[in-house]
Design a protein around this ligand. Structure first.
Ligand code: SF4
Ligand code: SF4
Length: 319
C-alpha cells in the first residue's frame, strides 16, 4: 500500500470543539465524497469528491476582480451575482485567494496525512480532559480508504481516541483495516427495507448489512445513527424495524441516536447550485421525536441508550 508520508485526503471542513460526533470534546474531519445520495443530506458540500467553490452574496464587494483570475473561465458576473460553472472549475483556489473580502470559499482542501494529524493533535489536551478525540466523518471517510486509514492509524498510535462515522457502503478490507485503529464506530442505519434503502440512498441495504457484520466481528464499540426524515424514515414501523435490526446485529452497541431532520442546510444547497428536495419539509416537533424515541426503546435492548437530537419546530399551545 501507500506509505503514510505519501497519503493525502480531500477534506471539506475541519470542525473543532464538536460535541455531536462521539464522546467528549472532539474535532470532526469531514471527508469529501460520498457513495450515497440521501435527499436529506445535511452536508451537501461533502457529496462530490472534487473541490467546490461557493460565493457568499453578503460579503461580495462587486469589484468582479475574481473573474479575471480564473484561467478556465468558470466565473461570471450575472444578475444573480457571481456564478460558478461547475464543469469548468478545476478547484485551483486562485479566485478564493484573490477575493479581498472572503466572498469566495472553497469546500475541499487536500491535506498530507502527517500535516492533518499534527493539526488535529494540537487539541489533544481538550480531548484528554473531556474524554473526547477525533471523528472522521463526511461524506464517507472510507471512500478515500488509504488516506482515512493512515489518518486513523496516525492518531491511534499517538493515543488519540478515534471514531469513524460510516454510511456502510465501503470496501470490506478497508473497513477491517480502519477498525483496527478505531475506538468507536458511528454506524448509520437509515432503513432496513431493501427497496426503500436503494431508492433513498442509491445503495443496496445488503452492502450496509455486510459492513455491520464486519463491525460486529471486529468487536469495536458502536453508536448507531438514524436520520429521522419526514416522508422517508420518520415512521414508527421503519424506526422499530431499525431498532430490532440493531439489537440483533450488534453486541457492542452503546447508543442509538435518532437525528431529527434539519433544513438548516438549505443555503448550502443554494450556494452549491444543488436542488434540495426537502427544502419545504417542516421540522418534526419535540413531541414527535420523543414519541418515536419511545417506540425505538420498546424494540431496543438493555445496554443501548436511545437518544434523540436535532432541531424541532416550535409547537403551538393546545387549548
Ligand atoms: S473578488 Fe470577491 S468581492 Fe470581488 S466580485 Fe469576486 S467574489 Fe465579489
Ligand atoms: S477555483 Fe480556480 S478554476 Fe475554480 S472558479 Fe476559482 S479560479 Fe476558477
Amino acid at each position: 500500500g501507500m506509505s503514510m508520508a505519501e497519503a493525502s485526503v480531500t477534506i471539506a471542513n475541519v470542525q473543532r470543539f464538536s460535541t455531536e460526533d462521539g464522546p467528549g470534546i472532539r474535532t470532526t474531519v469531514f471527508f469529501k465524497g460520498c457513495p450515497m445520495r440521501c435527499p436529506w443530506c445535511h452536508n451537501p458540500e461533502t457529496l462530490e469528491f472534487k473541490p467546490e467553490v461557493v460565493w457568499h452574496a453578503g460579503r461580495c464587494l462587486g469589484d468582479r476582480g475574481c473573474i479575471e483570475t480564473c484561467e478556465t473561465g468558470a466565473l461570471a458576473a450575472t444578475e444573480a451575482g457571481i456564478t460558478v460553472d461547475r464543469e469548468r472549475c478545476r478547484g485551483c483556489g486562485a479566485c478564493v485567494a484573490y477575493c479581498p473580502s472572503e466572498a469566495l470559499q472553497i469546500h475541499g482542501r487536500s491535506y498530507a496525512i502527517d500535516d492533518l494529524s499534527d493539526e488535529l493533535r494540537r487539541d489533544a489536551a481538550f480531548y484528554e480532559a473531556s474524554g473526547g478525540g477525533v471523528t472522521l466523518s463526511g461524506g464517507e471517510p472510507l471512500a478515500q480508504p488509504e488516506g482515512a486509514i493512515a489518518l486513523l492509524e496516525h492518531l491511534h498510535e499517538a493515543g488519540t481516541h478515534t471514531a469513524l462515522d460510516t454510511c456502510g457502503a465501503v470496501g470490506a478490507d478497508a473497513l477491517r483495516r480502519a477498525l483496527d485503529a478505531a475506538d468507536l464506530v458511528l454506524f448509520d442505519v437509515k432503513t432496513v427495507d431493501a427497496a426503500k434503502h436503494k431508492a433513498y440512498t442509491g445503495v443496496p441495504f445488503e452492502r450496509v448489512d455486510a459492513s455491520a457484520r464486519i463491525v460486529e466481528e471486529a468487536g469495536v464499540a458502536v453508536w448507531v445513527r438514524t436520520p429521522v426524515i419526514p416522508g422517508y424514515t420518520a415512521d414508527e414501523e421503519n424506526l422499530q424495524a431499525v431498532a430490532r435490526y440493531v439489537a440483533e446485529t450488534f453486541t457492542r452497541c452503546e447508543r442509538h441516536d435518532l437525528l431529527a431532520f434539519s433544513n438548516l442546510c438549505r443555503p448550502k444547497y443554494e450556494q452549491l447550485d444543488r436542488s434540495f428536495a426537502l427544502a419545504d419539509t417542516p421540522l418534526l416537533s419535540a413531541d414527535e421525536m420523543g414519541r418515536l424515541a419511545d417506540r425505538v426503546r420498546g424494540e431496543s435492548k438493555p445496554g443501548i441508550r436511545v437518544c434523540w437530537s436535532g432541531p424541532t419546530r416550535i409547537q403551538e399551545a393546545v387549548a
